[in-house]
Ligand binder design. Structure first.
Ligand code: BTN
Length: 152
């Protein structure tokens, strides 16, 4: 009787461990390049490259409600250091300028990039004018199109 109870406990523990391992199993621990990431507001960060020093290049399309400069790819630069990441963009382009810059800083953890951001408007004179928030980015899954020849 006692043995059965202990046996059940062990099998429950083993199954729970398997579930935990499975849910963490597909989490990436470094940022792939190229990769695209959408945040909770529908904006998209594309990381085109991360060089050997950690220098990031990419683009950012803002789709957050309540903000201007939408649906235009703005250039992104930044740094990746292990799972830590910072990136920024200037909201300035031939098609639309918002006279502002945003800096994000955060980390990759369990497949998501969690960040805090600060938006500074050109001409600001007090840190109280800096708008702050947080964005969480999830990787946009790539569609793997198989060659028509191989698809058999
Ligand atoms: C501006 O309104 O001055 C430029 C657009 C700012 C969009 C902000 S940046 C932080 C937050 N995350 C987004 O994806 N968009 C908003």
């Amino acid at each position: 009787m006692r043995f059965t109870t202990i046996g059940r406990l062990f099998s429950t523990l083993a199954v729970s461990l398997l579930f935990v391992a499975a849910s963490y199993g597909d989490s990436i621990t470094s940022i792939p390049t190229p990769s695209a990431w959408d945040n909770q507001s529908g904006s998209t960060l594309v990381i085109n490259s991360i060089d050997s020093t950690g220098l990031i290049t990419g683009t950012y399309v803002n789709r957050a409600p309540g903000y201007a400069c939408q649906n235009i790819p703005y250039p992104v630069t930044g740094w990746a250091y292990g799972t830590a990441i910072t990136f920024n963009t200037i909201w300035q382009s031939a098609s639309a300028s918002c006279n502002s810059i945003t800096a994000w800083t955060g980390f990759l953890y369990q497949g998501k990039i969690s960040t805090l951001w600060s938006l500074t408007i050109n001409g600001s004179s007090s840190t109280s004018q800096i708008i702050r928030g947080n964005d969480t980015f999830k990787q946009v899954k790539k569609l793997v199109e198989k060659s028509l020849i191989l698809r058999k």
